[in-house]
Design a protein around this ligand. Sequence first.
Ligand code: NAD
Length: 500
Amino acid sequence: MMSVSAQLVEEYFASGTLTGLPDKHFIGGSWVAPAQGGKIPTFDPGTGRAFHDFAAGTAEDVAQAVAVAKSAQRDWGRAKALDRGAILYRAAMLLRQEAARFAVVESLDSGKPLQEAEGDVAGAARTFEYYAGAADKMQGDTFPLGADYLGYSINEPVGVTAHIIPWNFPISTAARGIAPALAAGCTAIAKPAETTPLTMLMLAELLHRAGLPAGVCNAVTGTGQAAGAPLVSHPDVRHVTFTGSVPTGTGVMQAVAPNVTSLVLELGGKSPLIVLGDADLDQAVDGVIGAIYENAGQICSAGSRLIVDRRVHGALVERVAERARGLQIGHGLHRAMLGPLNSDAHLAKVAGFVEDARSRGLSIATGGATTTDPATGAGWFHEPTVIDAVPALDPIVQQEIFGPVLAVQVAEDEDHALDLANGTEFGLVAGIYTRDFDAAHRMARDIDAGQIYINEYFAGGIEVPFGGNRKSGFGREKGLVALQSYTRVKSVAARIASHG
Ligand code: NAD
């Protein structure tokens, strides 16, 4: 018998779409048509063809979602933590049961290879499970004021929260913001990216089926201007978690300022993967390939700069370029090793960076051109590209390209590697490959980034806090620390009257 996943893939290639895809907002526990009635097409990046239309949300839809979230807030915030945890746990179970459909839709909407989308859905289920377990462990403190006083604190939910989600990891980003918010007793309104709206809508509906009361989690689709902007600036929204680009993120900072709304910003990166002269090169090659070509490089924490010790530079670049050339390009639903970029506009942007590098005379060790799915001649693809020996101030080193383009920087020694690593305005992650324990931890200490990976790029899980420094943003998601964004401490100090 065919698997659910294979049946869905067959249905898509036979009909050019999938039945039952959501096309309305999910507000107050039901599907709600957009007030203005507008629709936006969503495209399959692997073919470049539209396969579905979704709701073009406006400020009216946002106002409705915020109003229902606000009225659901009191009961949800006062519910027993164990009941909140039980619902999140059921959501994790349901997501695992329905993982095949979520992964096919995610792959189709984003373009990413199906096996990567399956990993993202499994990760999202794990995220709900993790915060389900955390819900009833958010304890307050007592304060030692002496026998005549009682001092204690309560972790209150902040209230209505907004979640602005990018297109590169739609369901993962949604889960990592919404799960801790719901665990903490907040309500949520999510605005997914305009090129990947579908799995967020499906997730909001699944949470409702898992037992989440109506209005506690809502999803409004639409463009950043028409739906995102009125959401983040709404005076009843008490916290915004924004994941996206630096320019949009700084605009959101300004938009929340008049309401003094709290904010987590998860922005871009230009993260270094450092290979010292004594590193295990097999391990390093595997690390580099995953770091820059997974999701076709469209990862905020991609290892987009390879900083390599001069002693192993030639050998490493040759091996990386050879592996890059071997990555089979194709449609995400065919489980290709390298999928398309998410939109034609984004492909043009990535290709522009590479063309400019070529015109400056930089050495392109492999790749360097746009391409198509070899099976169909369609789609928005870019060859896996390695640009060698790039000067430290070149735009290829300084700017986030967000595509399958690796910039190689040559380091003379450990100190030089550290200078290069800290030489951009970003500070999201860094990877270090070495057998020298002391060197690894010296660098971990001295690199300005939110997280460090040693001898395995992307090591970690939902347990490990994640976030950026400098232009990569502020605040932390994942781990127990993420719950702090969704709670505020109320302290109570009481005088106990003497008896009689
Ligand atoms: P983007 O900034 O263009 O859009 C992100 C989201 O913001 C979308 O949902 C968009 O509709 C919305 N938006 C746009 N204008 C808005 C406005 N005025 N008000 C409110 N919302 C608005 O980013 P993108 O191109 O979708 O995503 C790619 C970027 O995201 C990259 O820079 C990447 O590094 C970053 N990113 C960061 C992380 C992280 O955790 N640090 C994770 C994933 C992606």
